[in-house]
Design a protein around this ligand. Structure first.
Ligand code: GLC
Length: 513
C-alpha cells in the first residue's frame, strides 16, 4: 500500500463550480491552485478532480472527446501540470477521473467507428452487425445508438445515449458480432486506455478515480469475474511503469474492486452497501428522531471489511456529484456528527466540496449538463459575501449554475470566523484523526452497538460513541476510560459499566488497557 494513502483525507472538486479566475462563469485550474492553501488548511491532503478533458459536456464531462487534452474552459494541459506541481509542493496528492467505459459522440474514435468502411476504430465500440439488430437485455449495456451512422449496425450505450460503450469484449460471447475479451479489437481498446493512464501519470497526477469501473466487460457473471480479470491485467501493465499510482473505483463492491487491484472502492448510492441508510433515506440514522437503522449497513460493511482487510480501503464519502447533498436531510449539528463518524471510520474518507460548510442541496433547479436532480448538488462554491459569493467575477446570469439564492447561505469566509461552524468543527475532527493512529485508515474496527448510541472501538484502544438523537442515551459498556480525545456537545461519560452519551453529541475516548 502506498504510504501516503494511509493518512489520506480526500476532497472532491467538481471543477466547473469551484473557483473561476477568468470571469467566464465557470471554474478553472487556476482557481483550484488559488484555493489549495484553503483545502490544506481544513486538513485535506488529497484531491479527486471530476473529469476535465475536452467534451461536449452532455454529462458534465463524463463524455470525453479527447482523453489527452483538457477542456479549454479549465485551462491548458500545462495549467493542469502546474496544479499537480503546486499540490505536490504542499505535500498534497491529486487524482483525476478516468472514464474508461464510454466516450462522447464527438470523440475521433467514435467518428471513425461510425464509418461504413472498416478501419482501425471499427471494433473500438460495441456494434451489432446490422442496424436492425438491437443490443437490449445484455448486462452492462443501458441502451443503443441506432440509425444515425453511415455504418449498418446498432452501437451499445454505456449510460446516457451520448455515451457509446467502448469494446472491452464480452465475458460470454453469444452472438457473432460480440468480441471476446481477448480479441484483437478488445485488446486494442484496453491498450488505448492504458496509454491514457500512463500519459496523465507521466504528467504528474497521482492516480485516478475510475468511473463505472465495474461496467467494462459485458455479459459478465454475477461476480463480475471477467471485469475483475480485465482490471488485474490492466494494473499489471500500469504498475510495471508506475507502481506508486493509486486507483479508486466507482464500483460499490469493495471485495471485487480490491481483488481487481484497485487500492480503494467507494460505498455508494447504488450497490449492496446500504450507504444511503447513514445520511440520506427518509429515515437516516443521523437524525434527531432516532428512527434510523444501521443493521444492514454494518452487516455489509463488516463482511466487506473482513474480505478486504490488508488489501486496500473502503471509502465512505460525505456525498458526491451524483447524490443529493448531505445537508438535504441533516442540519449543521447533525452534519458535524456525520463528520465525526466519517473521520473515525477505517479506510479513506472523502468530503464533497461545499459539504465542509454545509452547502445546501437546491431542489428543482433546471438541469445543467446532464445533471438533472444532481444539478442541485453542483452549485458554485460559496467563498465569501462578495458578488457571486466570490466564485466568479462574471455577471450572475453567466454563471455555470446560479448561486444558492438563500441569503442565509453559508460561506467559507464566515465559517472560518465562527468557532462553532461546521468548517471549524471538521478541522478539529480531521486534526484528531491525523494525530491519533488508532483512528487511521488501517487500524482495527470493532462494532459494539449500531443502535442509538452508535459505539465502536478503533485500534482496540479508542472508543467512538455517537448519539444523533435529542435524548441522552445510556447503555452498558464495561470499558474503562483513560482520556477523552475529542468530544462535541457534551460528549459521553463512561463509568460504572455504563456509557451515557449526551443528546446530539459525540466522543472519542481512549481506553485503559
Ligand atoms: C458515474 C459518474 C456520473 C456519470 C456516469 C456516466 O456514475 O459519477 O456522474 O454520469 O458515471 O459516466
Amino acid at each position: 500500500m502506498k504510504d501516503w494513502l494511509k493518512t489520506a483525507v480526500f476532497y472532491e472538486i467538481y471543477p466547473q463550480s469551484f473557483k473561476d479566475t477568468n470571469a467566464d462563469g465557470i471554474g478553472d485550474f487556476n482557481g483550484i491552485i488559488e484555493k489549495l492553501d484553503y483545502i490544506k488548511s481544513v486538513g485535506f491532503n488529497a484531491i479527486w478532480l471530476n473529469p476535465c478533458y475536452k467534451s461536449p459536456f452532455n454529462d458534465a464531462g463524463y463524455d470525453v472527446t479527447d482523453y489527452y487534452t483538457v477542456a479549454e474552459r479549465y485551462g491548458t494541459n500545462e495549467d493542469l501540470k502546474r496544479l499537480f506541481y503546486e499540490a505536490h509542493t504542499r505535500g498534497m496528492h491529486i487524482i483525476l477521473d478516468l472514464v474508461p467505459g464510454h466516450t462522447s459522440l464527438e470523440c475521433e474514435w467514435f467518428i471513425q467507428s461510425q464509418k461504413a468502411t472498416p478501419n482501425e476504430y471499427s471494433g473500438r465500440y460495441i456494434w451489432t452487425d446490422s442496424v436492425w439488430t438491437d443490443v437490449t437485455g445484455i448486462s452492462g449495456i443501458t441502451g443503443s445508438y441506432r440509425g444515425l451512422s453511415e455504418r449498418d449496425g446498432s452501437c451499445a450505450v454505456n449510460f446516457f445515449t451520448c455515451q457509446p460503450a467502448l469494446n472491452y469484449g464480452f465475458a460470454k460471447v453469444t452472438e457473432p458480432w460480440q468480441s471476446s475479451m481477448d480479441s484483437p479489437e478488445a485488446l486494442q481498446t484496453r491498450t488505448a486506455m492504458i496509454d491514457v493512464i500512463k500519459f496523465w501519470i507521466g504528467m504528474g497526477c497521482d492516480g485516478f478515480r475510475v468511473d463505472m469501473a465495474g461496467s467494462l466487460v459485458k455479459n459478465d457473471d454475477e461476480e463480475q469475474s471477467a471485469t475483475v480479470r480485465l482490471w488485474q491485467e490492466i494494473f499489471a501493465e500500469v504498475k510495471k511503469h508506475y507502481p506508486e499510482a493509486v486507483f479508486v473505483s466507482e464500483w460499490g463492491e469493495p471485495d471485487r474492486a480490491l481483488c481487481a487491484g484497485f487500492d480503494m472502492d467507494f460505498l455508494l448510492h447504488f450497490g449492496s452497501s446500504h450507504y444511503m441508510d447513514l445520511f440520506r433515506t427518509d429515515k437516516p440514522y443521523f437524525s434527531y428522531d432516532g428512527r434510523g437503522n444501521l443493521e444492514e449497513f454494518f452487516k455489509s460493511y463488516l463482511e466487506n471489511l473482513k474480505k478486504t482487510m490488508g488489501n486496500g480501503y473502503i471509502c465512505i464519502p460525505s456525498g458526491n456529484h451524483d447524490m443529493e447533498r448531505i445537508s438535504r436531510a441533516l442540519d449543521n449539528e447533525q452534519i458535524k456528527l456525520a463528520f465525526a463518524f466519517l473521520m473515525s471510520m477505517p479506510g479513506i474518507p472523502f468530503v464533497y466540496y461545499g459539504d465542509e460548510i454545509g452547502m445546501k442541496y437546491l431542489k428543482n433547479i433546471a438541469s445543467v449538463e446532464g445533471g438533472y436532480y444532481r444539478t442541485g448538488a453542483r452549485t458554485p462554491m460559496q467563498w465569501d459575501t462578495s458578488s457571486n459569493c466570490g466564485f466568479s467575477a462574471a455577471s450572475p446570469n453567466k454563471l455555470y449554475i446560479a448561486i444558492d439564492p438563500d441569503e442565509g447561505r453559508p460561506t467559507v469566509e464566515e465559517q472560518m470566523l465562527d468557532d462553532t461552524s461546521v468548517l471549524n468543527e471538521l478541522k478539529r475532527i480531521i486534526t484528531v484523526r491525523h494525530s491519533c493512529k488508532e483512528l487511521g485508515s488501517d487500524s482495527d474496527f470493532e462494532l459494539i452497538s449500531c443502535g442509538y448510541p452508535l459505539l465502536y472501538r478503533r485500534g482496540k484502544k479508542v472508543l467512538v460513541a455517537i448519539n444523533p438523537t435529542q435524548e441522552e442515551k445510556t447503555v452498558e459498556c464495561s470499558a474503562i476510560a483513560s482520556e477523552i480525545i475529542y468530544s462535541y456537545n457534551g460528549g459521553a461519560v463512561l463509568e460504572d459499566g455504563k456509557i451515557t452519551v449526551k443528546p446530539a453529541s459525540v466522543a472519542y475516548i481512549r481506553l485503559e488497557n
